[in-house]
Design a protein. Structure first.
Length: 313
């Protein structure tokens, strides 16, 4: 059976102290996992403090390019959540490092899961696999990545297909839209908010009409768990809120929610990488029984509160 219950089971979470990974750890601990093994190259201990207080969290500092370290971390686990990744910016700046981390590293994680006897892998992919399109994408949209990051994510998706065919290793692939929320270190929302909070006007690249599906990290973490406990295997799901907001709208919401009187500045000469990236989430809602709970206003207010609390520490 592809379903792996959380209660009483052991899990490996690669990249588990990062932004999304640490929220997945929180969900697993909250659902009474027996043990969560966090495997991360750079351990951000502050992101795991909450989980470590209430559950059994074992932290292993290691790199997904290290096969022996992965094998040791995966020993005896029932399921694997693979979130360790070289992000899009560094992947474009250093394509060979993207190959090592996102392609070879992902293969290493899948191989370690299979050899350890894990029953299922939940793989964090990305909407970048679709390439640039103005369409609202569903999961049948062609995989037309034009970036090293997107290409590396496609490679992971196909490795999982092959391992399922050859070894019977169950998996679910999750293709994230624009994830945001507490603990995020980069991206549009955090960078704009930090400028506003420091009294500097936010800078919008282009005219601000580029639009995205912003999905809250807590909803993403819940979907990771829903994928693990489901009877589903071999399927890919878009992970989005079902909504859409332009860059200009997000900036204006942040200005309003912070009580700022700053006016955004527009860099009309800046190159805008994409005009729209929005995906349909109906498949995840219908098949995995998941519903995104955070609307954008609520989510942005949480990020503001988190950032202000962190500044006070």
């Amino acid at each position: 059976m592809p379903a792996v219950p959380i209660e009483g089971s052991r899990f490996l979470v690669t990249g588990g102290s990062g932004f999304v990974g640490s929220h997945v750890v929180d969900e697993l601990v909250g659902a009474d996992a027996k043990e969560v093994v966090v495997f991360d190259k750079v351990v951000r201990g502050e992101n795991l403090e909450q989980a470590a207080r209430v559950g059994s969290v074992t932290v292993v500092e290691g790199d997904v390019t290290d096969r022996e370290a992965l094998a040791a971390a995966a020993a005896g686990v029932d399921g694997v959540f693979h979130l360790a990744v070289l992000p899009i910016g560094p992947s474009e700046a250093d394509p060979r490092l993207a190959l090592d981390v996102n392609v070879v590293g992902t293969f290493n994680v899948i191989e370690a899961a299979q050899q350890a006897g894990a029953r299922k892998v939940v793989y964090s992919s990305a909407s970048s696999v679709y390439g640039d399109t103005n369409e609202t994408m569903d999961e049948s949209h062609p995989l037309e990545a034009r970036s090293m990051y997107g290409a590396s994510k496609i490679a992971g998706e196909y490795f999982l297909r092959a391992f399922r065919e050859i070894h019977g290793l169950d998996f679910v692939t999750l293709r994230y839209m624009n994830v945001y929320g507490p603990r995020q270190e980069g991206g549009l929302i955090v960078s704009v908010l930090r400028r506003i909070e420091s009294g500097q006007p936010p800078v919008i690249q282009g005219d601000g009409s580029a639009s995205f599906d912003f999905v809250h990290v807590a909803d993403v973490a819940r979907l990771n768990v829903a994928a693990m406990i489901s009877d589903v295997s071999g399927e890919a799901f878009n992970v989005g809120s079902g909504g859409e907001a332009s860059v200009r709208e997000v900036v204006e919401q942040l200005i309003q929610l912070t009580g700022s009187e700053l006016e955004p500045e527009y860099d009309l000469e800046a190159k805008v990488l994409m005009a729209r990236r929005v995906g349909k989430n109906e498949k995840a809602v219908q098949v995995l029984g998941w519903t995104p709970e955070r609307d954008l206003d609520t989510g942005l207010a949480e990020v503001i509160a988190f950032e202000r609390a962190r500044e006070r520490v």
